[in-house]
Design a protein around this ligand. Structure first.
Ligand SMILES: [Zn+2]
Ligand SMILES: [Zn+2]
Length: 1018
């Protein structure tokens, strides 16, 4: 503040007489030094002792509408990191802003407790299930582990200043929650969305389990790339389709290109593109026999070059369509039932599957090393971009392969161990010829060798390509077709329901979230909800031993199981004797032992939490927001949306907000190896949680959020400006009792009305920004207000009045009234962002407050209140805004002139100078009324408005339609020792020879004579 040197006690010249008692210096217990690292834990302890969260709920219980932020549960594993802090603090800011906006806004934090990472952590301690501990004991250890992790995280979440029901969080392993998961499953099942399917799923051999889409990440992998000849069983008839006649020992083969040799044991077909053009060409001879190859025309040259054939000799042409050896099933037959979509195929029919599919009488190809006929079929997915234009097809190991295999009846008619000969651990199943017991990644080399020996390996190389990996193990995954449970996207209109909700019912922040999730839901495959693991909620269905169909009374049975789980946990399912529920039927049914995907656990929290807890009950007009990192478009937002649509045909949320991830100042991901990580615990230890909170609020969460020590220092500076402004306001409110001293707006001095108007304008912007979750805009506005309107102007100008005028003078009470109102507003603007500092300010504010026109004792928390409505907008008309705008422009010009004089050593402070302002008569007339007090607004000892011509050395300011000149000079008048203004009337008064006229009046008022100086405008 530029006026800092004015009227501070330490550098004042001593008065000849002691006028110090007549000066009102600010006083407050609100410390200049924030000391947040020490102060915040104490405040937390106090809030906990008072049970602040319960108090707050009681205070707001009667509010008409609820706005509920439903917590996406973090996984209960490991200490919190910066990402957790960002997520929880943004949530807290939303909850608090909704409270301020007048909503009921309960916040129930949650934890996701089941699942593999916890199993792995427990396995590390006690080994796998069945080694040293049984499943029941193992689950107990998982539960204990998760509980300990929750305690660890909860402590840090609270330390961030996040307000919530930390003593009653929701945990997906709570027995009631586990039971409700089963009830949710029953509802989804009852609505016809659950299906048992036989389908390729992403499989991690280290997890030993299927993976969700969200659990996969892509990374480079080196793989073999081989070309393999599939010889025609009837070479003459295949060649004839190209119009070519071949001799008796000639080989006609279709080469395929693959990067997964290990899938060849599961090879059932070769697929051609029906619209592609194929050529029959001369290939490399094999053991003296002539070899003719079928290749896509556009790829033939490249492929032959790989095989060492330099010259392409085309013998004949044919379109893919004419080359198939085999017809698709008429639609409607086979595994896929109407309305079932791709998840509905039935793995084990009532009859034994025949080993060979239907044929149309033509012979196909030979498997390269097994005695198996390979069908030559057609698929639109085959392209001529790379390879040979012919695709080896293993429905057990790929989605497109599976789909085309289904179309031709290959899936239905192939035994399960032939369709997918690979076990859960990545090893070929017993009975797999040649490769039984080998791991698939190791088998690649063996297979290539075998192909070479048999003369069908046309080429072998290595390539590096982007390949899906398990996000936990970082190991390559594969597709395995296994019996699994699915929520079918095409069943009972689920995809349409979800798309409708996205398009019509949900508001996304930022708005691109809508396209993102819509694109994902539009294209996603069926949701595989089963896992072959231990720590989770069982898919508590009884399936028929013969056809694996769920029991006809499954919905009712699920409820009976849920009641047992609610009492005794998930072990109740494993301990259950089927006859207890099924009676005599029990002999025909098996219990499903798969557990549910944990995404189903957390995805049903809208039912298990939002629909269960009394404080979260909603009525029409109430709203729910979900707020998570932007990766949750394919994670929790989607699993929640799908389960809710499957249960209720509507979205569980009205609004979805996503935030980006944290990076360092150079935009790099934070990591241990780069050493650029910043832990929230360290920030709280050094700076305090409010600094972390202010950073999060000011960073643009819609993008990546950069943090570094340098950035933290800048945020701490910015915090200090806000804190100092609050402190100055508090200091000047010393002795101010709103009950007695608060002046109505229209009785306040003009400058004070302007200050309140500025606060009013800021509040409009701040409240609107909170409503659209634009936190950076809020920080910017508040920051500017503290720096510009307050720091550089109002606080500086009012010092004179507050310090030198009588305590109870109207002019002083007017400034205090404005400051009181501004602070009441400002503390609320800050409350959603700075949870500690806002309460600290609140505690130091006047003990009484005016609320709805009544004087009341100030209560325990700013959060009990809504946006301040006591800011009067008396200076907001266009005329008044122009009046102030022009005056501020002139003041800015004057400040530049005075600053120049100070630099030249002509003056010390601006009070050593006087100003003459030259303007045209209309302008002079506009400010004529306030002219006598303008010197206070400009903080100079004298100011004169003049209609005369431009004086020499004056500085021009251009206002709209008028020129104004500012001329400054050093004041020759003597200086008043009390107020430091240079005034001609210093020395006139015999009793106070060192004082100016108005100081004499003010001192006499202090002594009980007269009412002191009077001030109307500034
Ligand atoms: Zn894995
Ligand atoms: Zn004076």
């Amino acid at each position: 503040m530029r006026g800092d040197q004015q009227l501070t006690t330490h550098n004042r010249q001593p008065f000849s007489m002691d006028y110090k008692p007549t000066i009102n210096l600010p006083r407050t217990g609100f410390a200049m030094k924030a000391d947040l690292a020490q102060r915040e834990p104490k405040m937390l302890a106090e809030w906990e002792a008072q049970n602040r969260y319960a108090q707050l709920q009681a205070h707001t219980a009667q509010r008409e509408h609820a706005f509920i932020l439903h917590d996406g549960p973090p996984y209960a594993n490991g200490a919190i990191h910066l990402g957790h802090a960002v997520n929880k603090i943004l949530k807290d800011a939303v909850v608090r802003s909704k409270l301020m906006a007048g909503f009921r806004s309960p916040y129930i934090p949650g934890w996701d407790c089941h699942g593999l990472p916890i199993e792995i952590a427990v396995e590390k301690k006690v080994g796998k299930v069945g080694q040293k501990v049984d499943a029941t004991e193992f689950r107990k250890l998982c539960r204990d582990y998760a509980s300990a992790q929750i305690d660890l995280q909860r402590k840090d979440f609270k330390r961030l200043g996040v307000l919530g029901d930390w003593e009653h969080p929701y945990r997906t392993m709570d027995l009631k929650y586990e039971a409700d998961i089963l009830r949710a499953l029953a509802r989804v099942y009852a609505n016809g969305h659950v299906v048992r399917g036989f389908k390729p799923v992403h499989w991690c051999f280290d997890c030993g389990s299927a993976l969700a889409e969200a659990e996969i990440e892509y990374a480079d992998k080196q793989s073999p790339a081989i070309d393999v000849a599939y010889d025609a069983l009837d070479p003459k008839s295949l060649a004839a389709k190209f119009g070519v006649t071949v001799g008796d020992g000639d080989i006609v083969a279709v080469p395929i290109w693959t990067t997964t040799p290990w899938t060849l044991p599961a090879s059932l077909a070769v697929t051609l593109g029906p619209q592609l053009d194929y050529v029959l060409v001369e290939g490399p001879a094999r053991a003296g026999r002539r070899v003719l190859l079928v290749l896509a025309e556009t790829l033939a040259g490249k492929a032959l070059a790989r095989y060492g054939v330099e010259r392409v000799k085309v013998l004949g042409r044919a379109q893919g369509e004419s080359l198939a050896s085999f017809s698709p099933l008429p639609s409607g037959e086979g595994g896929r039932r109407p309305g079932e979509g791709s998840g509905g195929s039935k793995p084990h029919g009532d009859t034994e599957p025949s080993p060979q599919p239907l044929s149309r009488g033509e012979r196909g190809l030979k498997h390269p090393f097994y005695d198996r006929e390979i069908a030559l079929i057609l698929g639109e997915h085959v392209s001529a971009e790379e390879g040979t234009g012919a695709v080896h097809t293993a429905p057990g190991h790929g989605v497109e392969d599976f789909q085309v295999g289904q179309k031709y009846g290959l899936v239905e008619n192939t035994p399960a161990n032939v369709l997918n000969p690979v076990g859960a651990n990545g090893v070929y199943l017993p009975g797999t010829p040649t490769f039984e017991g080998q791991h698939i990644w190791k088998a690649n080399d063996t297979i290539i060798e075998l192909l070479r020996e048999r003369g069908v390996l046309l080429h072998a190389a290595k390539i590096t390509h982007s390949y899906p990996h398990c996000w936990r193990h970082r190991t390559p995954i594969a597709f395995r077709t296994t019996p699994q449970w699915f929520i079918g996207m095409e069943r009972a209109g689920l995809r349409e329901s979800a798309m409708r909700a996205i398009r019509n019912d949900v508001t996304f922040y930022p708005s691109w979230g809508e396209e993102r999730i819509a694109g994902m839901v539009e294209g996603r495959p069926d949701w595989c909800i089963s896992r072959q693991r231990t720590w989770g909620v069982p898919i508590a269905l009884f399936v028929h031993k013969r056809n694996a169909e769920p029991h006809p009374r499954s919905v009712e049975l699920l409820e009976q199981v849920a009641q047992r789980v609610e009492k005794n946990g998930v072990d109740a399912w494993y301990a259950l004797e089927p006859s207890e529920l099924l009676g005599d039927e029990a002999k025909d049914y098996d219990k499903v032992t798969d557990i549910l995907d944990v995404w189903f656990d957390s995805g049903t929290s809208h039912f298990c939490v939002l629909d269960q807890r009394a404080e979260l009950a909603r009525k029409p007009g109430d709203q729910v927001i979900y707020l998570e990192g932007s990766d949750q478009h394919r994670g929790w937002f989607q699993s929640s949306l799908l389960t809710s649509c499957a249960m209720h045909d509507h979205a569980p949320f009205d609004e979805v907000l996503t935030h980006g991830f944290t990076v360092d100042a150079q935009g790099r991901k934070m990591s241990k190896s780069l050493g650029n990580g910043i832990e929230p615990q360290d920030v709280m230890k050094h700076y305090g949680a409010d600094i972390l909170r202010l950073w999060i609020a000011s960073a643009d969460y819609r993008n990546e959020m950069a943090l570094s020590d340098e950035i933290l220092k800048r945020v701490a500076d910015s915090y200090r400006r806000i804190r100092n402004t609050a402190r100055f306001l508090l200091g000047n409110l010393d002795g101010f009792d709103p009950a007695q001293h608060l002046l109505p707006a229209e009785q306040c001095l003009l400058l004070d009305q302007w200050a309140v108007q500025c606060a009013f304008d800021v509040q409009q912007a701040v409240v609107a920004a909170y409503a659209r979750y634009d936190f950076p805009e809020i920080v910017q506005r508040v920051q500017n207000f503290c720096t510009n309107e307050m720091g550089a102007l109002y606080l500086d100008i009012t010092k004179d009045r507050l310090y030198t005028m009588p305590l109870d003078s109207r002019a002083r009470r007017s400034a205090q009234s404005a400051m009181y109102r501004i602070l009441e507003a400002m503390v609320r603007w800050l409350a959603p962002l700075l949870s500690f500092t806002s309460e600290e300010i609140w505690q130091h504010m006047p003990r009484t407050m005016v609320l709805d026109g009544k004087v009341v004792e100030r209560d325990a928390s700013v959060l009990f209140h809504t946006w301040y409505d006591g800011l009067a907008a008396t200076q907001g008309s266009p005329e008044r805004r122009r009046w102030w705008g022009d005056l501020l422009s002139v003041r800015e010009a004057a400040s530049r002139v005075l600053e120049g004089m100070r630099k030249d050593g002509k003056i010390g402070s601006s009070l050593d100078a006087k100003l003459v302002i030259h303007a045209d008569p209309a302008i002079v007339a506009r400010y004529h009324e306030v002219a006598d007090e303008l010197r206070f607004f400009f903080i100079v000892s004298d100011l004169r408005l003049d209609r005369g011509a431009q004086p020499e050395g004056a500085v021009l300011t251009e206002l709209e339609g008028a020129d104004v000149y500012v001329a400054a000079s050093v004041s020759e008048a003597p200086k008043c020792v009390r107020c430091w203004h240079h005034r001609e009337d210093v020395g006139i008064h015999a009793g106070h020879p060192e004082l100016c006229g108005r100081c004499v009046e003010n001192v006499e008022a202090y002594e009980g004579r007269g009412s002191g100086e009077s001030r109307r405008w500034f």
